[in-house]
Design a protein around this ligand. Sequence first.
Ligand SMILES: Cc1cc2nc3c(=O)[nH]c(=O)nc-3n(C[C@H](O)[C@H](O)[C@H](O)COP(=O)(O)OP(=O)(O)OC[C@H]3O[C@@H](n4cnc5c(N)ncnc54)[C@H](O)[C@@H]3O)c2cc1C
Length: 503
Amino acid sequence: MTASIIIIGAGMGGMSAGIYGQLNGYETLIFEMHNKPGGQCASWQRKGYTFDACIHHFFGCKPGTRVNEMWHELGVLPRNLVKVKECTAVASPDGKTFLDYYDLEKLRKALLDLSPADAKMIEKYIRLIRAFRNKRVDDALNNSSFWNLLKALPALLPMQKWLRMDMKAFSTHFSDPFLKKAFALLIYANPDAPLFFHLMRHAGGINGDVQWPAGGAYEFAKSIEKRYLDLGGKVHYRSRVDKILVESKKAVGVKLADGSEYRADIVISNADGRKTILDMLDGQFINDTVRGYCAPLQDETPFAVDVFLGINRDLSAKPSSLVLLLDPPVNIAGHQYESIEAQLYGFDQSMAPPGRCTIKVELTAGYAYWKKLYQDDKEKYQQEKQNVAERVVDILDGYLKGIKNQVEVIDVCTLTTWERYMGGTQGWFNLPNRKIEFAMREDLSDKKFKSTLPKLDDFYFTGVWTTAMGSLAHNALSGKTIIRRICKKDGKKFQGKSEPISV
Ligand SMILES: Cc1cc2nc3c(=O)[nH]c(=O)nc-3n(C[C@H](O)[C@H](O)[C@H](O)COP(=O)(O)OP(=O)(O)OC[C@H]3O[C@@H](n4cnc5c(N)ncnc54)[C@H](O)[C@@H]3O)c2cc1C
């Protein structure tokens, strides 16, 4: 008899579990609270402009890696991919711009032009990027098996000192004041971000592993949904799961918000971990470790407020990602900003009508501030969103003169928007309080990959709650890993590929 699986949520992990479930002979059914697939992998249209709230970097574009193979299995690849010329750019109010080019000769020249006195450190930076392009390091990052890590050691050991640094610490090695500021902000304008991640991303951009999926996040998610439906999977939209049904300490189905009940042999949750554990399962299957994962999140959240602009201007010659240094710092909605980062989508013509461009500015902000505004006074909340957009447009106008008069569409989303949209604890944030897992492992060891709950059978998590990583690839891989585990438990040989993969 075919075993059945109910999956809560059509995010990366949920749809991937659905696809690998179908490939392995399970009958799967996804319940998704929203009216479309993707979860955090979200974009939408306003008057011909596409506003993408998710993807900056799509990892796994380089043929021959496990992640690339998975994207083919999930129907994401092949697709139209766009290579941009720089990782990030940083501009100062006095007119200096640093373009962190992928082309290392151009990069060297750009840096030396800005600060010849930093020549030694500039060479070091370029050597570090080159080290990450080393085939063995690349193999270890894409498949961190013991042997791959061992083979990469000769290349990794000399970098030891640098790999432990964050961007802020790295930036202090430059003497030029502008470069000091710029280097600290190269990853999402976050000085605490690890240098390791920046080097991986930079090398990935050169190797072609990191690119942009043309059309943005929703097109990306739709291609996975299509693959799932083509394999015979079923998905019910506008179907919020309220409870997971449990009998004799075994998950046996779900109860939806409308009261209807559905039964299955196995239940997989791709929904917010805290809500799954504490609400859907009434906190019954918990121990100290899991309680620790559910501890409250910090209030300050990156990508908390997104300002989207549809601009009647061709910005295709501008950098794809631009950090603007603000001197003096600017106060927006009670928060002090020393810089803001804008994504300029001129590199993808499909994101805006001809001759126009979409811009996104993502701001770190406090969750409580926006939640209170939304709960207390919807009009004030809308007004504050408008105020934030106006402040952001003013700042952009300082760099892109005249843009103020070219704004055709404004849309602002906050963590409260995300919360309504996909039910997370604090908007899109669905991370457990535990250490993140960096490596692109296909089968993460049980010690690190927490996909089950104590004393509850036939229940699994997939997605961010298991990986603790904000990454399309990791969370899609988690769906594959869960089905592999279920197959192992059922004594089945796991089927990873249904047809030859054309790469
Ligand atoms: C602002 C931002 C930028 C990002 N940038 C990048 C990037 O550049 N590169 C990259 O690789 N990754 C990026 N990520 C991370 C990546 O998008 C996520 O890690 C990934 O999409 C999460 O997948 P998931 O499997 O955890 O599912 P989620 O996206 O968390 O989806 C969960 C799904 O469950 C549904 N759901 C929740 N509760 C219920 C319920 N009760 N009943 C039914 N359905 C329910 C939700 O509606 C949602 O569809 C970004 C994320 C964000 C938010």
